[in-house]
Design a protein around this ligand. Structure first.
Ligand SMILES: O=C(O)CCC(=O)C(=O)O
Length: 291
């Protein structure tokens, strides 16, 4: 196979005790420029009028749900909640109105695919002991200046559940992320308390199976990082980010990876793939994800 694990014992220890690990300079300046330029092009080509109507009109729950479900194997654009005025029109240019692009950039776009399937990404999962990891979703997150929405406290295993849980998030800063422009915050060690709830797709749409616990904001720690830093996030880590009220954006590329060997993909996850994703690598065993 040729790919080797690239986390030191100290990094592994930090990841297992804190539930996250910051790797500075994980992506080069060229990697970052390539991804940002590529996203600029995708945005320029995006004809927002039909998509905007799905999100700006009220009572369109079924349409927005379908747009969300269909995005698993597409490059789909999602708007910031505050992007629209009361007349249903965008309040600012589309480039400053998109919340995120997902969920298959890593499969469909050559630039994002190149980074995602790089040896340095695979090396992380070798170190973490994954046997047949797949990237189950990717997102380019903008955290737009002034209107970049908050992401409430959550665990990634709630959304991308395998039995047993195996999700790990990779969050790559494409710009400096600070307290001012809406960096990640996490409760260090919270992954040790396990998964608190699941996000289930049923007949009537998606819903959580339990209410969120109350979190004490004093327990959260800001993860301020420079562009190029990668934050590796344990699937049970409680993390969040606040609204970006500053004038600076905070772009990030986020990947979520699950194992497909020794665990089962849950059929009531929101993601239902028609085609099994290509693994980052295969280290042993024949067991496959049952999609
Ligand atoms: O980018 C953010 O603000 C939140 C991202 C996140 O929570 C995730 O990728 O799991």
């Amino acid at each position: 196979m040729g790919i080797v694990g690239n986390l030191s014992p100290d990094q592994l220890q930090t990841f297992h005790s804190q539930g996250y690990l910051v790797m500075e300079s994980f992506a080069s300046a060229e990697d970052i420029e390539a991804m940002r330029n590529r996203m600029d092009h995708l945005l320029q080509d995006f004809d927002c009028s039909s998509t905007a109507s799905i999100f700006s009109t009220t009572n369109q729950q079924q349409s927005t749900d379908n747009y969300f479900y269909d995005s698993v194997d597409k490059i789909s654009f999602f708007f910031e909640e505050k992007a629209f005025g009361s007349d249903g029109e965008l309040r600012q240019p589309k480039e400053l109105s998109i919340n995120k692009v997902g969920h298959a950039l890593h499969e469909l776009d050559p630039v994002f695919k190149g980074f995602t399937f790089s040896e340095k990404v695979s090396g992380l999962f070798i170190s973490l002991g994954y046997k047949r990891p797949i990237v189950i979703q990717s997102m380019y997150i903008f955290k737009q200046p002034g209107i970049g929405g908050e992401v409430v406290p959550h665990q990634d295993n709630s959304f991308l559940y395998t039995d047993p849980p195996t999700c790990t998030g990779l969050w790559l800063a494409l710009e400096d992320a600070t307290i001012t422009n809406g960096c990640l915050w996490a409760i260090p060690g919270s992954q040790k308390n396990g998964l608190v709830r699941r996000f289930i797709r049923g007949e009537d749409g998606v819903t959580f199976d339990r209410p969120s616990p109350e979190y004490d904001q004093k327990d959260f720690f800001p993860i301020e990082v420079k562009a190029g830093s990668l934050v590796v996030i344990h699937g049970d880590l409680i993390h969040q980010s606040f609204e970006n009220q500053s004038s600076k954006s905070r772009h990030a590329y986020s990947l979520h990876v699950v194992d497909t060997d020794g665990c089962r993909w849950s059929q009531d996850n929101w993601i239902r793939r028609k085609v099994e994703p290509e693994p980052l690598y295969v280290s042993s065993s024949d067991l496959k994800l049952d999609l």
